[in-house]
Design a protein around this ligand. Structure first.
Ligand code: FMN
Length: 169
């Protein structure tokens, strides 16, 4: 197939998404606060650890995301790791609605970005260090400056286009 850079890729979009979809992911809501002071966020599975010492994570955000400006303007972002049962929150933050936060409890954390008060099993508050353009996404890499996890809550998972609940092997 022809890529947006005018090059030829040996891999079709269908094959690429089939492979990526075969890797189970936790489901997060990545949030930011821009200069307009309004909370923004999107559902994201493209989040992972980068470094242990210092603790760093990355998130990948599509260039068409309405959350992008807030992430670029703000000094940091929050990775809100959704818990089992939060499928509706995941679906809501996968829309372009202006009112994603209307019925949710949230507060501004140490990164300056919104922390969800419910529906989460863990939270990472991140100060942005690097923003890198990569294909049709921007990659935000940052230092984890706050971390919270409840080991009694199960995470929401995503695999092959479906939300999943985890069971022990
Ligand atoms: C399970 C799931 C995972 C997703 N992961 C990402 C992701 O990692 N990065 C991304 O840019 N969009 C991802 N999306 C798509 C965005 O959530 C979706 O485009 C959303 O409408 C963006 O909202 P915004 O434009 O208001 O920021 C995902 C959607 C779903 C349902």
């Amino acid at each position: 197939m022809k890529t947006s850079e005018g090059l030829t890729s040996q891999v079709s979009v269908a094959d690429f998404t089939a492979v990526m979809g075969s890797f189970p992911a936790g489901v997060t809501v990545v949030t930011g606060l821009g200069n307009d002071g309004l909370p923004r966020g999107l559902t994201s599975t493209a989040c992972c650890a980068v470094s242990l010492d210092p603790p760093m994570v990355l998130v990948c955000v599509d260039k068409t995301s309405t959350t992008l400006l807030a992430l670029k303007e703000g000094a940091g972002f929050v990775v809100n790791y959704l818990r089992e049962g939060a499928e509706d929150v995941a679906r809501l933050f996968a829309t372009k609605s202006d009112a994603k936060f209307a019925d949710l409890t949230w507060s501004i954390g140490s990164s300056g970005a919104p922390v969800l008060g419910d529906h989460v099993c863990a939270v990472a508050e991140v100060r942005t260090r690097q923003v890198i353009e990569a294909g049709d996404h921007w990659v935000f890499i940052g230092d984890v400056i706050g971390a919270w996890a409840d080991p009694d809550l199960q995470p929401l998972a995503y695999l092959r286009g479906q939300f999943r609940h985890l069971v022990a092997a």
